[in-house]
Write a protein that binds this ligand. Structure first.
Ligand SMILES: [Zn+2]
Ligand SMILES: [Zn+2]
Length: 278
């Protein structure tokens, strides 16, 4: 299986150790055609972008690189937004999301909660999870609820990043919400997550996947071997993977190429005549 794009990387605008240009160069070197720069939302303490206007600066860098044609790689601007409350609020506003090519959302540690109850609901509960089964279940329920709410409330979300990493979730419920909301379930190669048994559950339910690196360094951009291995072991059909060549979703002749996530949504919604490619 070969992948034509990597849609989850971090630059030094958040916690990556690479510039946007480094990411484009690394993608070219690895032989992929598309790469997205998706820095952490501002609410992730220490690791996030300074504020959401940073995305507009990154966007300018991305546009300049694409206009230069120095690389045979199309660079996209995205964000990895934090799910920051039990109600599924994100830390990137609709106004900024509208200027992005794609949107990833996920749960992350050290995210500043929006309200005291949210702090108790997700982050404190998760730190109490070591104290016994009851607390553990409660934490898992809250993490699942926050994620499901986010997927239903934000139709702009294209990809759910590393479901279950850092925070335990109910995989079946998460998979069903991804299917219902046409969100790609991420196989995250940087964290080698989720593990085979969870992906097996999600696969059986019928969710569609995307395989990403979550690279913070040029060396790991487009390093997608973990996903490739899992996919072949489980025998997942290529057309269920949004970013692989064999899925046939990539149209080389289209000059204004959509991201696979957008393309995927377009394919799913093509009966809906009002839906236009971004
Ligand atoms: Zn993440
Ligand atoms: Zn990430």
């Amino acid at each position: 299986m070969k992948f034509y794009g990597d849609y989850h990387t971090h630059s030094h605008h958040s916690d990556g150790r690479q510039s946007v240009r480094d990411i484009a160069a690394a993608a070219q070197k690895k032989g992929i055609r598309e790469v997205a720069v998706t820095d952490h939302g501002p609410h992730a303490a220490v690791i996030g972008v300074k504020n959401e206007n940073t995305y507009l600066e990154i966007r300018e860098e991305v546009e300049a690189i694409n206009a230069d044609h120095e690389f045979e790689v199309t660079v996209f601007i995205g964000a990895e937004a934090n799910i920051k409350s039990l109600q599924g609020d994100l830390d990137v506003s609709g106004q900024v999301i509208a200027q992005l090519d794609l949107l990833i959302a996920g749960l992350h540690p050290y995210t500043k909660p929006t309200a005291v109850e949210d702090g108790i609901g997700i982050w404190v509960q998760n730190s109490l999870r070591h104290f016994g089964k009851g607390q553990r279940e409660k934490a898992k329920n809250n993490n699942t609820k926050a994620t499901v709410e986010a997927l239903y409330r934000h139709p702009e979300i294209d990809i759910l990043s590393h479901p279950g990493l850092f925070f335990a979730v109910d995989m079946e419920e998460i998979a069903r919400s991804c299917i219902k909301n046409e969100v790609l379930f991420e196989i995250n190669c940087g964290h080698e997550h989720p593990d085979l048994s969870d992906i097996m559950i999600v696969n059986k339910l019928g969710a569609d996947f995307i395989v990403n690196s979550d690279a913070h360094f040029p060396e790991t951009v487009a390093q997608l071997a973990y996903g490739e291995n899992i996919i072949s072991r489980l025998g997942i059909e290529p057309d269920r993977i949004a970013n692989c060549w064999e899925g046939g979703e990539y149209d080389d002749k289209t000059s204004n190429r959509p991201t696979p996530a957008h393309h995927y949504r377009y394919v799913r919604r093509r009966q809906d005549t009002d839906y236009k490619l971004p």
